[in-house]
Design a protein around this ligand. Structure first.
Ligand SMILES: Cc1cc2nc3c(=O)[nH]c(=O)nc-3n(C[C@H](O)[C@H](O)[C@H](O)COP(=O)(O)OP(=O)(O)OC[C@H]3O[C@@H](n4cnc5c(N)ncnc54)[C@H](O)[C@@H]3O)c2cc1C
Length: 412
């Protein structure tokens, strides 16, 4: 893939108009007024029929699962193959375009959306039983409900399993859950929470199985904090979760069996999260570049537009190179979807590392290019700069990506 198709550009134009009408006029409310992003994201889903597409896809998947469970032969549906086809590539492109466009203004909204749809519902869809998918996944896919995906704890982030303290203990037919989770995107507002913990059978912590449970807002013993104050991504609420003797039935255990390998599932989740960061970085860089070019043309210093100074030109040229590289990474992902090839974990880490660092470098230069104006909120490059920083932290820090890439190189 070397450029967006006509159909992609139409989608891009429509999303841009939606953002200009529905988000840009209220941006301060989202970024400074603690207005949660969910209503406007729901409106976006409905405006573009994304919820209907999700319902249709879900209905077909569940029908196929039920037929398979009943031992009936699979029905051949005359539609494009799901994986490894042009249709899969197009579906991915149509998901990435809104991410890129939203990141021009509110990368936080993409974080909130990505965690609810990309992580929480995806976790349930990949490892849940059919009943669990029907109970929780569809509402998350359509944004009727908001999801959170909780692995990080106050004492374990980069090494999520190493020092994990959250536990499940068997209790009759079900389990009793305890633990604290921190920095959880959508934590304060989530209706459905994927909670990752260790099964305490009285054995040493390092030997305990990792299990995943699905929790509902309001369960006795389960508390969700208010949003915490943070540096950026203000349109993505982040909070803590507290579980104190939360009793759940087996139907809350993902897959309804202790045999489900939660560690492998978590790795898949990290992998898809990491490749999504390139689209976020592309949106941030595109916006910085656009704002900078405009400013370089119009800002006068020493009697000339600053764009005539070579040091400013160097900044613009480097931003353009960054934009091209990020766009190529995004296009490569779409190509991979077309050929049905999944990037390796190390490749996903490399994509995330490069994308996050590039977004941060470009944002810092964009602030510099705007001088004093760059440091104020008016030109919004300071907001993008604060937002971009977390790309180097969540979903695995830069340092963790580096060690994962190196480990893969050295083990070959
Ligand atoms: C806005 C935001 C949203 C988030 N959303 C979620 C969410 O929805 N769900 C969730 O579960 N988590 C979430 N997180 C948590 C995030 O994934 C963790 O913060 C991240 O993985 C880093 O963990 P930590 O904060 O504990 O840092 P630490 O692990 O304490 O790391 C501290 C420093 O040490 C470095 N370090 C650690 N180990 C090594 C090593 N082996 N080699 C070299 N350096 C090392 C790190 O790179 C970092 O610089 C979110 C975080 C933020 C800030």
């Amino acid at each position: 893939m070397i450029q967006w198709s006509e159909q992609h550009l139409m989608m891009q134009g429509a999303v841009r108009r939606f953002i200009q009408d529905e988000i840009v006029p209220h941006i301060d409310e989202f970024e400074h007024g603690d207005t949660p992003p969910y209503e406007v994201l729901r409106k976006m889903f409905r405006s573009f029929g994304i919820d209907e597409i999700a319902r249709e896809r879900f209905r077909k998947q569940i029908a196929a699962e039920k037929r398979a469970a009943a031992g009936e032969p699979a029905v051949t549906i005359r539609e494009p193959k799901k994986e490894g086809s042009e249709a899969a590539a197009d579906a991915l492109a149509m998901q990435l375009i809104p991410i890129i466009e939203l990141c021009h203004y509110c990368p936080g909204m993409v974080t909130a959306l990505g965690v609810s749809v990309g992580l929480t519902s995806a976790a349930i869809l990949s490892k849940g039983t059919t009943a669990q998918k029907e109970r929780w996944a569809l509402d998350l896919m359509t944004l009727d409900k908001i999801g959170a995906w909780a692995i990080t704890e106050p004492g374990s982030g980069s090494d999520p399993f190493g020092a994990m303290k959250s536990t499940a203990r068997r209790d009759g037919d079900g389990y009793v859950l305890n633990g604290n989770k921190t920095f959880i995107t959508n934590g304060p507002y989530a209706d459905t929470i994927v909670f990752i913990c260790r099964l305490d059978e009285g054995n040493p912590p390092a030997e305990r199985k990792v299990l995943t449970f699905v929790l509902d807002r309001g369960m006795p013993g389960f508390e969700q904090s208010r949003p915490v104050r943070k540096m950026g991504m203000h349109s993505s609420p982040t909070g803590d979760l507290f579980l104190s003797d939360v009793r759940v039935g087996k139907e809350h255990l993902l897959g309804e069996t202790e045999a489900v390998t939660s560690r492998a599932g978590t790795k898949d989740t990290f992998s898809s999260e990491r490749t999504g960061v390139s689209a976020m970085a592309l949106g941030i860089v595109e916006q910085c570049l656009r704002t900078c070019v405009e400013y370089a043309r119009t800002r006068i210093a020493f009697g000339r537009p600053i764009g005539e100074f070579q040091l400013i030109q160097l900044k613009l040229a480097k931003m353009e190179v960054a934009r091209m590289n990020l766009q190529n990474l995004v296009f490569r992902q779409i190509e991979l979807a077309a050929s049905g090839v999944k990037p390796t974990f190390a490749e996903a880490s490399a994509v995330k590392l490069y994308s996050a660092q590039t977004a941060m470098e470009v944002c810092l230069e964009a602030v510099q290019l705007h001088g004093g104006n760059g440091y104020t909120a008016e030109y919004r490059v300071e907001q993008l700069c604060r937002d971009a920083k977390v790309l180097q932290i969540y979903g695995g820090t830069d340092e963790i990506q580096i060690s994962q890439i190196a480990r893969s190189l050295l083990s070959n």
